[in-house]
Design a protein around this ligand. Structure first.
Ligand code: ATP
Length: 327
């Protein structure tokens, strides 16, 4: 079993609230166990640029409540090449690093697995950090809970103005391939319809639904559209406008505000637990694994498995419940 003496931690891909509590946990767990720890700036780009610094417990003081990531993140094209990976490897070796914690989504894990197969003397553990909640092996990913709460807060405000003016709002939320935020936010805000990339909703069905709402004396309607819906909120609104005359129709794209903000209690605790578990996994000699939370217990999943089965499974029971509760 490889004995670890110095680890590095990085955040990569889209930022997610909860990454900072996770970094804090990684740094302090490592130091508690007598390891040295380096923070890598800007994800894989920092490995290639040798942009890293030694961290101590005070490097992560007062960051539990911060959104974003103190290490910065990046999308790094050179790391996809053999040359880029080789430079990253040489920099890690030159810094005496033999273990790596990567916090990110499926792209980050794909890179980590390729790298670890090429250079198995660096142990790698992944932490699921993405607002999309689309990774197999963890019921929740870091940032999903905070992002959903941010979306709910915004939609509640839109509902106030929609109701005052008898309006129909199409609200687009993040989720290129995953309807996880749309579904949870839709249930929490009593959306009249939720359109997800995982399910085809015919426009006729949507219009019938809106007409039924008007017949049932609804004074406003909210349709949540996940970013991955192939029609998009503006085109959908345009189509519906042709047939629905009883509502004034508006569109709101929530955009990047969904990524920001102080992490929720749930994400602070999840980040702490996953960061703690990631370092303990490295110490135990684990590599090419993802730490996740299943049934409130820490679970290790092979990165390979987490990647091949990463799709979010649409919860049909929740969709059915949402349809009934919004009549
Ligand atoms: P999010 O789910 O928030 O988008 P992500 O981790 O999936 O996060 P990506 O931009 O897809 O975000 O991936 C992050 C980084 O991982 C990329 O910028 C790149 O450096 C690296 N990466 C992705 N795919 C590969 C690959 N096939 N080989 C090597 N590196 C990769």
């Amino acid at each position: 079993m490889q004995k670890i003496s110095k680890i590095a931690v990085l955040t990569s891909g889209g930022d997610a609230p909860g990454m900072n509590p996770c970094i804090r946990a990684v740094v302090r767990t490592a130091i508690y166990n007598g390891l040295h720890v380096a923070g890598v700036r800007q994800g894989y780009q920092g490995l290639i640029d040798n942009n890293m610094y030694d961290m101590d417990p005070r490097s992560v003081s007062n960051i539990l409540n911060l959104g974003g990531t103190i290490l910065k993140t990046a999308r790094c094209l050179p790391f996809r090449t053999d040359e880029g990976m080789e430079t990253a490897y040489k920099n890690l070796k030159a810094n005496g690093i033999d273990g790596l914690v990567v916090i990110g989504g499926d792209g980050t894990f794909t890179g980590a697995l390729r790298f670890s197969k090429k250079y198995p003397d660096i142990s790698v553990i992944g932490v699921p950090g993405t607002i999309d909640n689309d990774l197999y092996g963890s019921t929740y990913t870091l940032g999903f809970d905070t992002a959903t709460n941010t979306v709910i807060e915004a939609i509640d405000k839109i509902r106030d103005t929609a109701d005052a003016h008898d309006r129909l709002f199409f609200i687009e939320v993040m989720g290129r391939d995953s309807g996880a935020i749309a579904l949870r936010a839709g249930i929490s805000c009593g959306a009249e319809a939720i359109l997800l990339p995982e399910r085809d909703t015919a426009i006729e069905h949507l219009i019938e639904n809106l007409k039924a709402g008007q017949y049932n004396k609804k004074s406003s309607s909210i349709v949540i559209v996940a970013e991955g819906d192939k029609r998009g909120a503006y085109d959908l609104a345009e189509e519906v406008r042709k047939q629905v005359k009883f509502y004034d129709i508006k569109v709101t794209i929530l955009g990047h505000l969904q990524r920001g903000g102080s992490p929720s209690a749930f994400d602070r605790i999840l980040g702490s637990r996953l960061g703690f578990a990631a370092v303990n996994a490295l110490i135990k000699g684990e590599t090419q694994k993802m730490v996740g939370l299943e049934a409130n217990h820490i679970k290790l999943t092979d990165l390979e498995e987490a990647l091949t089965q990463h799709q979010f499974k649409l919860e049909d029971d929740l969709m059915e419940m949402s349809d009934i509760l919004s009549i």
